[in-house]
Design a protein around this ligand. Structure first.
Ligand code: SF4
Length: 323
């Protein structure tokens, strides 16, 4: 039996694509996933920002499929090519059990990765898990292309919003992620998230408890886009926590796109960091340039994240500039 929110998938409007297909009847829209709960991987992950991974790891649950088509996706095996890789189909109760299992392993949180097209199945599972003793913060780790109405329906179930802000130029979103209106959608999404959970709050050990942490991946050669994204965050609030990421690698199809077929230079990253601080965005997590070499997940393996490499090559190793 489907949970109350999953039941809404008869006319899917859970992301801004608004495909309106009947996923409960087995139809699929742009994300290529019907109403089944499918996961690609669940396990501890040490490569997120320090407040998310902490010392014991973040309990990640990866969903296959995606509502974007980023040509540089580092998770392309499961976002775009998931039919070639093993996925598990779970019931709502089984997904809730997976959350409880991650809690038992000592995870600081349960971190749903790419949840935009699974938002209602996820929400129903959180509800069930809470009824069975689940108490950890829930992280919603998204590309940012979410439907504000769907986010309103899950209000109270997510503790930490971890969205990307990829573009504030629709042309760039179209060219690199196959989406027409990312720049129109993302401001409302971030406002809704901030309204629901406020700014990031951490415990005395620096572990995130609740709030908004926005990620921005700096793309080589597109620094004006980065400046626009940072200006939007500054307008949202100068207290916004932002993770400015240097780890871009020309993966998946990026080699075919002149301009982004290389890594970022240190000078480019420094320019973006300086701009953030000039704007007054001081709650910024910065990343070592070596993180471009960080371990890339391989979802053809049972453990896609090598624990040793994940521990030694944390993608985000900086601390808040205000500390
Ligand atoms: S979640 Fe999938 S089916 Fe639903 S609107 Fe988005 S892309 Fe379309």
């Amino acid at each position: 039996m489907n949970g109350p929110l999953t039941a809404q998938l008869t006319k899917c409007e859970c992301c801004p694509r608004m495909c309106r297909v009947d996923r409960l009847a087995g139809q699929v829209g742009f994300c290529k996933i019907n109403a089944d709960i499918r996961i690609s991987h669940a396990g501890l992950h040490y490569g997120e920002e320090p407040p998310i991974s902490g010392t014991r790891g973040s309990g990640t649950i990866f969903f296959p499929g995606c509502n974007l088509r980023c040509v540089f996706c580092q998770n392309y095996q499961i976002s775009q090519e998931f039919k070639r890789f093993h996925t598990q189909t779970l019931t709502t109760a089984e997904l809730a059990s997976e959350m409880l299992r991650l809690q038992d392993t000592g995870a600081h949180n349960v971190n749903f990765v790419s949840p935009s097209h699974m938002v209602f199945q996820m929400a129903d599972a959180i509800d069930v898990a809470k009824g069975k003793g689940f108490v950890l913060p829930v992280v919603y780790n998204t590309n940012g292309y979410d439907a504000v109405d769907a986010l309103r329906l899950i209000r109270g179930l997510v503790d930490i919003y971890l969205p990307d802000i990829k573009y504030l130029e629709n042309g760039l979103g179209k060219q690199l992620s196959g989406v027409d209106d990312y720049a129109d959608v993302i401001p409302g999404v971030l406002r809704e998230m901030l309204d629901q959970v406020g700014h990031l709050k951490m415990d005395e050990d620096g572990i995130a408890l609740r709030g908004l942490l926005v990620r921005h991946l700096v793309l080589p050669g597109y620094l004006e886009n980065s400046r626009k994204c940072l200006r939007l965050l500054a307008e949202l609030s100068l207290d916004t926590y932002v993770s400015i990421m240097s780890q871009y690698s020309p993966l998946y199809k990026a080699g075919d796109y002149p301009g982004i077929n290389r890594t970022l230079t240190e000078e480019e990253y420094d320019q973006v960091m300086d701009y953030a601080f000039d704007l007054g965005l001081e709650n910024a997590f910065i990343q070592e340039m070596e993180s471009q070499k960080h371990y890339l997940p391989d979802f053809s393996k049972e453990g896609p994240f090598d624990p040793e490499e994940s521990m030694t090559d944390l993608p985000v190793s900086g601390l808040s500039a205000s500390e």
